[in-house]
Write a protein of this length. Structure first.
Length: 201
């Protein structure tokens, strides 16, 4: 059992090292952070979506922005598409592929930002959400685990965290990226939260 534990941690470490050494993806994270900062600073809203574990990540992003991340600060406008009544309604009436796109069509606005999360980058419901967001004048940040995915084609910025054979390793890197993005947004919008002895930490 210890061998499996070590192998799992080694694989996770390898994925993180791969991301850390990928200058293109680091630049994409930086670009996504700037989109997030610009959206929130202009009084617009962040909407996030994903399926399964990616929905959990989408919800985590939204609650950390609208609630709190590290220290107290004003709430930031963010919501995840995760209401079960709404989703079951749209899935029943229009098909599951439309659950996120339909929400964007009704609630997205010009200048808002969509975080579209799909480990494969090919989830139809997430790809259609990205298309709907672009049609509404929104910008799109994609979080994927496979390069050259359909989602990347509809994203202004796409962060691809390739890691391991399965989605769980990709999701582990997605949550790290999400935490980095939130921290960068806070540092830009609420810099006093990161001041240490008069200097930015």
């Amino acid at each position: 059992m210890i061998e499996h534990i070590r192998n799992s941690l080694d694989e996770a470490r390898e994925g993180l090292a791969r991301l850390l050494g990928d200058d293109i993806q680091l630049r994409n994270i930086e670009a996504a952070a700037q989109l997030l900062i610009d959206t929130l600073a202009s009084g617009k809203r962040v909407i996030s979506c994903g399926n399964g574990g990616s929905m959990c990540d989408a919800m985590h992003l939204a609650e950390e922005l609208s609630g709190r991340f590290r220290d107290d600060r004003p709430a930031m406008a963010a919501i995840a598409i995760s209401d079960p009544s709404y989703m079951s309604c749209v899935a029943n009436d229009y098909g599951y592929d439309q659950v996120f796109a339909r929400f964007i069509q009704g609630n997205g606005a010009d200048g808002d930002l969509l975080f579209a999360i799909s480990t494969s980058g090919s989830s139809a419901s997430v790809v259609l959400a990205a298309q709907a967001a672009r049609a509404r004048g929104m910008q799109v940040v994609g979080l994927t685990g496979r390069p050259g995915s359909p989602l990347a084609q509809h994203a202004d910025v796409c962060i691809c965290t390739s890691a391991g054979r399965y989605a769980d390793r990709v999701q582990e890197l997605h949550i790290k990226v999400i935490h980095i993005l939130i921290e960068l947004a806070e540092r830009a919008i609420r810099p006093q939260n990161y001041e240490q002895n008069g200097r930015l930490g």
